[in-house]
Ligand binder design. Structure first.
Ligand SMILES: [Zn+2]
Ligand SMILES: [Zn+2]
Length: 250
């Protein structure tokens, strides 16, 4: 599996990075995890506008899904006059309505479904192209999912947005690559069931037996080095900060 960080800024874009979006590729299949603010532009550095095969939306906060409105334009109003065939979009209950409402004036209430084939995510296991995917509900104010993507005996686990979550810990059990949010800073912000801090991300990775930890979703107003040091203090394995345009072979 190849993972490319399209965007990793938390809550709002930074000068350096779009919001959450991660491209996972294997066997020529491209699965995008989240499409937050600015992601559609960045994505075009890594693949063609119409090269995605499926999209997973962890939850419906704007910093994880709002560029789907822009992507609707690109797929629905193609400059060559055609219209893109629908690709699978996996998201929480109400994804189509959320995106249609955010767009505000789609030609009809069902226009989004002409270019996106919406599937409602529940905690489950299913196949997406060559990947086996496991989803679990995590701890966030809205319905939110973590996802584990498996291919060729390797696994990638992405937390989405979450506070401390036993379900996330199980999802990340012995995972090869744990892409975990660390939006809060230990000792500074502490709101239950919203975000993890660096220490909690490290502790979760440690308890899960994850083999590698990459911290993501750190907002521009947070010092990432503090969160990195906090995670390192709680986790013995390799840990680093996500950065846009970095690619990993998993
Ligand atoms: Zn977020
Ligand atoms: Zn969120």
């Amino acid at each position: 599996m190849k993972l490319t960080v399209v965007g990793c800024s938390g809550s709002f874009p930074s000068a350096e990075s779009a919001c959450s979006s991660y491209l996972v590729e294997a066997d020529g299949f491209r699965l995008l995890l989240d499409m937050g603010n600015g992601a559609l532009g960045e994505l075009q550095r890594h693949c063609g506008l119409y090269d995605l095969d499926a999209i997973f939306l962890s939850h419906l906060h704007a910093d994880h899904c709002i560029d789907m409105c822009a992507y609707f334009v690109a797929r629905y109003y193609r400059h060559d006059g055609g219209r893109c065939a629908p690709i699978p979009v996996y998201g929480p209950e109400g994804t189509e309505h959320r995106l249609t409402t955010a767009y505000a004036d789609t030609p009809s209430a069902s226009s989004m479904s002409e270019v996106f084939d919406f599937h409602t995510v529940k905690p489950s296991t299913f196949d997406v192209g060559p990947f086996t995917v496991h989803t679990e509900r995590v701890a966030h104010p809205v319905e939110a999912y973590g996802i584990r993507v498996e291919h060729g005996g390797r696994s990638l686990t992405y937390s989405g947005d979450t506070g401390l979550s036993p379900a996330l810990e199980e999802l990340a059990r012995d995972t090869d690559f744990f892409l975990c949010e660390a939006a809060f800073t230990h000792g500074k912000e502490n709101i239950p069931d919203l975000h993890l801090n660096g220490r909690e991300a490290g502790e979760t990775a440690s308890r899960a037996g994850a083999r590698r930890l990459v911290l993501t979703h750190i907002p521009p107003w947070t010092d990432p080095q503090i969160n990195l040091a906090d995670a390192r203090a709680a986790y013995d394995g390799p840990v680093e900060l996500a950065a846009p345009r970095v690619t990993y072979e998993i």
